[in-house]
Write a protein that binds this ligand. Structure first.
Ligand SMILES: [Zn+2]
Length: 182
């Protein structure tokens, strides 16, 4: 396994169209293992493949955030589809591994259903709520090229740009290791 470099805003790569995973082969399994190691290294709650330089439609959510035990592996979602997003919403601060040190209030549905493939290519569906549902919506946003930045107002956007334009890799890693983020 190896640690992958996390792509940071304003890299144009984060706006590249993502692609459906056609075959879950060794390359995809290695990518997912490396994503898990990379997310774990910075205590992230979730990570999408596009954030580590792959256009595959894949994201992972940390086990506790996904309603499991801390010792379990992160939950893997391949070619995920969201349905039944509840009209009930709430607003909370979100972070993102591609936006070190940035937190933005985002309105999200409280509940949803997600269908995806697991690492064995087996389809599954989950009803998620609260933080899990929020994390799924955040990671799914990455697959449709929607970013935390897009949820910010004009003044906050300027602040984010200024902060991230000149951020070094070292500063970014320090900030990420200080805060658990998604
Ligand atoms: Zn993110």
């Amino acid at each position: 396994m190896s640690l992958l470099k996390i792509v940071r805003f304003p890299s144009p790569f984060l706006r590249q169209p993502t692609q459906e995973v056609k075959v879950i082969d060794k390359q995809v399994r290695t990518l997912v293992e490396d994503m898990m190691e990379t997310m774990c290294d910075v205590n992230g709650a979730g990570l999408a493949a596009i954030q580590v330089g792959s256009l595959h439609r894949i994201f992972i959510i940390e086990a506790l955030a996904a309603g499991g035990e801390r010792t379990e592996s992160p939950k893997v979602f391949i070619n995920p589809v969201l349905e039944d997003l509840s009209p009930e919403t709430d607003v909370r601060d979100e972070g993102c591994l591609s936006f070190p040190g940035v937190f933005i209030s985002v309105k999200r549905s409280l509940r949803l259903k997600v269908s995806a493939l697991d690492l064995d290519g087996k389809p599954f569906s989950i009803d998620a709520e609260d933080f899990f549902a929020r994390a799924i919506q955040h990671e799914h946003d990455h697959l449709i090229n929607k970013l935390l930045y897009d949820h910010a107002g004009p003044i906050k956007r300027q602040m984010i740009k200024r902060k991230l334009d000149k951020m070094t890799d070292e500063e970014a890693m320090d900030l990420l290791r200080q805060h658990p983020e998604s």
